[in-house]
Design a binder for this molecule. Sequence first.
Ligand SMILES: Cc1cc2nc3c(=O)[nH]c(=O)nc-3n(C[C@H](O)[C@H](O)[C@H](O)COP(=O)(O)OP(=O)(O)OC[C@H]3O[C@@H](n4cnc5c(N)ncnc54)[C@H](O)[C@@H]3O)c2cc1C
Length: 421
Amino acid sequence: MNVSQRSRRYDAIVVGVGGMGSAAAYYLARRGKRVLGLERFGIPHTMGSSHGHTRIIRLAYYEHPSYVVLLRRAYELWREIQETAKERLLYMTGSVDAGPEDSWVFRGSWDSCKLHDLPHEVLTGAELRRRYPAYHLPPQTAALLQPEGGFLTPERCIVSYVMAAQALGAEFHAFEKVLEWTPLEGGVRVRTDRDTYEADKLVVTAGAWNGALLDVLNGLAVPERQVLAWLQPIRPEYFRPSTFPVFNLLVDEGRFYGFPVFGVPGFKFGKYHHLEEDVDPDSVDREVHERDERLLRSFAERYFPDGCGPTMNLQTCMFTNTEDNHFVIDLHPDYPQVSLASPCSGHGFKFASVVGEIMADLAEKGMTRHDIGLFRLDRLLRQRTPSASPAYRTERPEQTLHEYNGRSHSFPRTEDVKPFW
Ligand SMILES: Cc1cc2nc3c(=O)[nH]c(=O)nc-3n(C[C@H](O)[C@H](O)[C@H](O)COP(=O)(O)OP(=O)(O)OC[C@H]3O[C@@H](n4cnc5c(N)ncnc54)[C@H](O)[C@@H]3O)c2cc1C
């Protein structure tokens, strides 16, 4: 073996240097592993799922109370990496999870606080407005306020993890697309549009493109177009990080999330599952149209009228959804030297730190001390229909809007999904 061949062998190759891949590369490098991170775009970039200046982090977790355990570790690790990076990545504003009193957003959030003994307050819409005047929710709305909510700065988190990994010797190649991987006896071979590499372990964290690299995920982790708006507040004093907690709101129009002004001269918000457009990540419509802006502005006009000045920015982004909206984090079912993470369904970024640690565990030991039972791939494989059509498109009777996730078509409700936890 000559020198150049030898230099292409790594302990681990990480495919996709976004939220999850950057953290996975860092935690592998910290364990002394020789790591190569391959990224098809620049680092960071705006083509995937981890751009737009801010991502909500919150401890109260209506999606499933089990996430709280992982979140505690995620917070710890975010604080650690911001210390290493000497840069603030985590901003605390408090978080509001609100909706009708019997809604899964409010109830689920409240249950998670009670189960995990999290500090919280329950307020009516009217009380919330007295405390935070930007919020104009219907008076009968139930709002859970949790003080440890806030936001992360996603592009800076990725940069911080990559730089910390580089300092430990990790290599990153941007603008290098992985075309295929092949299992070998005791490793993998990875072919890109520039070169071929070998490694003992492969970590696939390719976000919306995971399905293209992993047949087992095809149709089970489905990319969806999202749109974000930033509006200049009419009363800027109501929309500062100190006066405006991040929110998740279930209202007549669907489920929305939002942030104080940060990084862009406008307060940012979006609707979960926006226009319900499942997409191919290579041909997703990245333009923002009048119908996108109209949908978002009409939400703000009704619930945040003091935030509803001129539009400052509009962007598209992609969710990658599973049928039950829980993540996929697992070893490949046929090749244990390959691990994969698809932690999105619109709520994954806050976990990137702990997912990075989990991916390092899976690559290093094939197991992790974290409980990832909820995220096992086999729960989705069991539901897969034998036909080629993706599971999420299976026709079921329509459920009413807001029954699950603010998404009007045929996902099951959270409570119908049997967790493996
Ligand atoms: C609009 C929007 C708002 C959101 N809000 C929140 C929020 O407030 N809080 C929260 O916790 N989560 C939120 N999420 C979800 C969160 O952002 C995602 O879960 C997270 O960013 C997913 O990270 P990832 O690493 O899986 O994907 P990405 O960060 O997209 O990384 C995947 C990477 O793989 C690369 N790649 C793909 N294929 C290849 C290949 N063949 N070769 C090389 N590289 C490849 C891609 O270019 C990309 O860089 C939001 C998502 C969106 C879209």
